[in-house]
Write a protein of this length. Structure first.
Length: 216
């Protein structure tokens, strides 16, 4: 009787071990069988993501047209870096939630000013007793432009029944350039540009041997 009990116990252990081995094999077979399906599903998700969120493709036209070439003699003497927040909306005050379009644009730009030496004429320079009098042209803004790498749309809200104003961001960018220019002018960029130009030219002319330089 004891031998029969031992035999049954051994048989049970063998069956348990066989079941564990069989279960592991079945799990491996199932994983291997489902792996292509999983890979296919992941690939499909990637394709769908690419369709819904396409990567912009920039293709410049191979034809380049140069319209104008001009000689410049600009002395750039100062540069401002300006940040400005621009709010643009479509003006739909009453039905904003239905047809309105509003965006918040963070503008980073630079303003460069200086003196255009190309405006100097012979009569603007007078030399007496080794004292040079210079009638220097007035300083002006040469460049007022956005830094596209740093400028961006922070937020945009469109009405339920509209796709948004197509040119709203363009108008915001144009307004931002003008505001950046105005901010630099209000801060006195032209006065500083004029002063820097006189300091630079005075050092340059002194090095050429003029005893004194007077700017008018």
């Amino acid at each position: 009787m004891k031998k029969n009990w031992l035999l049954i116990a051994a048989l049970c252990l063998i069956l348990v071990a066989f079941g564990m081995v069989l279960s592991a094999n079945l799990r491996n077979i199932t994983e291997n069988a489902l792996a292509p399906i999983s890979d296919s599903t992941n690939a499909m998700k990637t394709q769908v993501s690419r369709v819904l969120n396409p990567t912009p493709t920039i293709i410049p036209d191979p034809v380049t047209i140069i319209n104008d070439v001009r000689s410049l003699a600009r002395l750039e003497t100062i540069q401002y870096s300006v940040e400005k927040i621009i709010t643009a909306d479509s003006g739909q005050e009453v039905l904003t939630k239905l047809f309105g379009d509003r965006l918040l644009f963070v503008a980073h730009g630079i303003v460069i000013a200086g003196v255009d030496l190309n405006q100097l004429e012979t009569g603007d320079l007078e030399l007496r007793n080794n004292i040079l009098t210079v009638d220097l042209p007035d300083a002006e803004v040469f460049i007022a432009t956005l830094d596209n790498d740093k400028s961006y749309v922070y937020d945009r809200q469109t009405g339920i029944l509209t796709k948004g104003e197509q040119d709203l961001e363009t108008l915001a960018r144009q307004a931002a350039e003008e505001e950046i220019r105005n901010a630099a002018l209000e801060d006195g960029i032209l006065d500083q540009a004029q002063l820097n130009a006189e300091i630079y030219l005075e050092r340059f002319l002194d090095a050429l041997g003029f005893e004194e330089v007077i700017f008018e």
